[in-house]
Design a protein around this ligand. Structure first.
Ligand code: CTP
Length: 400
């Protein structure tokens, strides 16, 4: 029996189960979610029924298992299930399910639910190591992540048929923890968070630019995490990459364009996270055609770009939180502290980009958060999503 104070009371979770040896663990996940107060609506694929009996899952879930688009008299259970869900969880998720979902292929009840829902989705892949490592599977996982799907990575361990390696379904504990965190953490609900991402490109002539190596990954991770925590998010980006689902995107190229968009948005935003690598200098003029080499080595005269963040700091409203980044190659904390004061910021995320795996283009980052008064918090090398989470934890603390 559960009470309304149970952590997941009032939440409806569609639990999708695919055909794999790990399907038996879905039974345990189902039981735990019900124990936490969730209403669990199970959906099994045809393959799943070969591994676990529908009676078992029906008995432990909050309603009977559904397997087919044609189970009920009403021909629209896929939209009803997806629309009514607070979260859709797929455990285990096979390579086939990941592929169908990534490509929008709605061929059975579970894939219909996934494509019809606007609720957050958590997928927990499980398969043999060779399959998990295959480029097609990894590409599908990447696509899903970029769209805002939460992926609980498989673990290393024993697999079916006596094999062993990465690909084993994550432990029920880890799956339930992710579901609870996705459903529970809405601490930015009602806030408008503006994030900038990527490196600006400053034109030299019709075909050439001054650019930098920023991939935008850290900014995208912050945007995605902020949306997940309930914020309305606007991402101002120079990167040609789909925004996470539910995130509004404005594409820009130059520092001047980024400044114009950010100045407008910051007038009402609650939080601005300036993760973009803005060029400090740009050519004074841009040649209209292509500069031909027959004309000799061109002289490119540079001028400073406006410091966007310093401008936002000067115009900061009471209660608004401004976060800057500091990409350094030495003297990390002192440089970050000076930027914090100079630009009137609430937080600087400082990283030493000369270290392996840190900053530009990597999926990982190691940072020191620097706050007014000299308060420091260091994070060792970790996934940029973990850094995004830690950054927003501090932002939420500052808003409290
Ligand atoms: N920034 C900005 N506009 C610029 C340059 C930087 O808004 N023209 C922002 C960056 O987005 C970042 C912060 O300022 O959040 C610090 O950027 P960084 O390049 O580390 O420092 P700079 O202020 O440019 O100083 P320096 O290059 O001398 O380290």
């Amino acid at each position: 029996m559960t009470t309304s104070s149970a952590p997941l009371a009032g939440k409806t979770i569609v639990l999708g189960v695919c055909g794999g040896i790990a399907a038996y663990k879905a039974v345990e996940v189902c039981r735990r979610l019900v124990d936490l107060g969730a209403h669990v609506a199970p959906v099994m694929t045809d393959g799943a029924e070969r591994f676990v009996g529908r009676t078992t899952l029906s008995a432990l879930a909050s309603q009977p298992v559904q397997t087919s688009l044609w189970d009920e008299e009403s021909p629209i259970p896929h939209t009803r299930l997806g629309q009514g869900a607070d979260l859709v969880l797929v455990a285990p998720a096979t390579a086939r399910l990941l592929s169908a979902y990534a490509h929008g292929l709605a061929h059975d009840l579970l894939t219909n639910v996934l494509i019809a829902t606007r609720a957050p989705v958590v997928v927990c892949p499980a398969m043999h190591t060779e399959m998990w490592e295959h480029q097609a599977v990894q590409a599908n996982v990447r696509t899903l992540r970029e769209r805002g799907v939460h992926v609980v990575d498989p673990e290393d361990g024993r697999l079916a048929g006596g094999d062993s390696g990465k690909g084993r379904l994550a432990a029920p504990d880890a799956i339930v923890a992710e579901v609870s965190s996705v459903l529970g953490q809405r601490d930015l609900a009602g806030a408008h968070v503006v994030v900038s991402a990527g490196g600006t490109r400053e034109p030299i002539d019709a075909v050439r630019v001054i650019a930098n190596r920023s991939s935008g990954k850290q900014g995208y991770a912050v945007a995605d995490e902020a949306r997940r925590r309930g914020a309305r998010v606007t991402l101002v980006t120079t990167v040609d990459r789909p925004a996470p689902i539910g995130v509004e995107t404005v594409c820009v190229e130059t520092a001047a364009q980024m400044k114009a968009v950010l100045d407008g948005l910051a007038a009402t935003a609650d939080v601005v996270v300036m993760a973009a690598a803005v060029a400090d200098f740009r050519p004074v003029s841009c040649t209209s055609g292509k500069i031909k080499k027959s004309g000799g080595v061109p002289e490119i005269v540079l001028e400073p770009t406006p410091d966007i963040l310093a401008g936002l700091g000067a115009a900061k409203r009471p209660g608004q939180i401004l976060v800057g980044f500091a990409a350094e190659t030495g003297d990390l904390v002192a440089q970050a502290q000076s930027k914090l004061e100079r630009k009137n910021l609430d937080l600087v995320v400082a990283n030493d980009v000369s270290q392996p795996g840190v900053g530009f283009q990597h999926d990982t980052n190691a940072v020191t958060f620097v706050r007014p008064g000299g308060e420091l918090e260091s994070h060792p090398l970790s996934d940029k999503r973990d850094i995004a989470r830690a950054l927003l934890d501090i932002v939420v603390g500052l808003r409290a």
